[in-house]
Ligand binder design. Structure first.
Ligand code: MF3
Ligand code: CO
Length: 256
């Protein structure tokens, strides 16, 4: 069952998503060679709580941290650790927050210092795929129109989409129906309706699509060792026109 949200509920989800967006911006500003992913996790938890919100991932299915920090060939769900980021790495930062019982969920992938042109291209193509997917989230379309737009852009660039993990509905639960895959033929799946709130989240590998889970039971890595990027926004389908991106990062100085 797909749970549609009222305009008042969407305002609360916008608050949760805004917390996520602001804290992701703070984390991105803090990224530099030498910082550990655990330090980023602590910063994330402190800044979420400072905004009167709760970390959404901590304790979710026993996930131990606030942040997912996925480095290089790690695709998603990297657990923050003592590992220090170094110049040339890329790191996916995935964060969720709860406000008034509603979830916000978003992710970015950022370079650490100067990175290779190929790594920058992977990041750019993945973010572009997210926005092309978001563009499809309009009344009259179906879920797989989002999926198809993502896959098309990624594969045209010579990369592959990850199929083991998908985007999702989001609301009073982190994961609600419908699933939003990053692949598929257009014109399939549920019709998009005003009040649907979706987390759209392309995961893109430079090489082959296959992933495996590390011994820690969380970290997903590419099987071929190729690098991977991930971007995610929480969006609300509008009565007409393009969706509202609830986790948009505002062009403003964030209070630290
Ligand atoms: N953005 C991810 C998702 O939607 C975050 C989940 S991480 C978890 O699945 F630790 F909470 F599972
Ligand atoms: Co998500």
């Amino acid at each position: 069952m797909i749970i549609l949200k009222t305009p008042a509920e969407i305002e609360i989800m916008a608050q949760a998503s805004r917390v996520v967006a602001e804290v992701l911006q703070i984390l991105e500003n803090a990224i530099c060679p030498g910082i550990s992913t655990e330090e980023l996790d602590q910063l994330a938890e402190r800044e979420i709580r400072a905004r009167g919100a709760l970390p959404a991932f901590k304790g979710y299915r026993n996930y131990p941290k606030t942040l997912c920090a996925s480095v290089n060939e790690q695709v998603v769900h990297g657990i923050p650790s003592k590992r220090r980021l170094k110049e040339g790495d890329i790191v996916g930062l995935d964060l969720g927050a709860i406000v008034g019982g509603f979830y916000g969920d978003a992710a970015v992938t950022v370079p650490v210092g100067r990175v290779s042109d190929e790594a920058m291209r992977l990041i750019r193509i993945t973010e572009e795929a997210l926005y092309l997917g978001i563009e499809q989230a309009v009344v009259g379309n179906r879920i797989s129109d989002i999926s198809h737009a993502v896959q098309r852009h990624v594969e045209a660039a010579g990369y592959s989409v990850v199929t083991e993990f998908v985007g999702h509905g989001v609301g009073r639960q982190l994961h609600e129906e419908p699933q939003v895959p990053n692949y598929g033929k257009p014109g399939q799946g549920p019709r998009l309706q005003s009040g649907m709130v979706l987390a759209i989240e392309p995961m893109v590998n430079m090489g082959k699509s296959a992933v495996r889970i590390l011994e820690d039971r969380w970290t997903a890595v590419t099987v071929d060792g190729s690098w991977s990027a991930h971007f995610e926004h929480t969006i609300a389908v509008q009565p007409s026109g393009p969706p509202r991106i609830l986790s948009h990062r505002l062009q403003m100085a964030v209070q630290q």
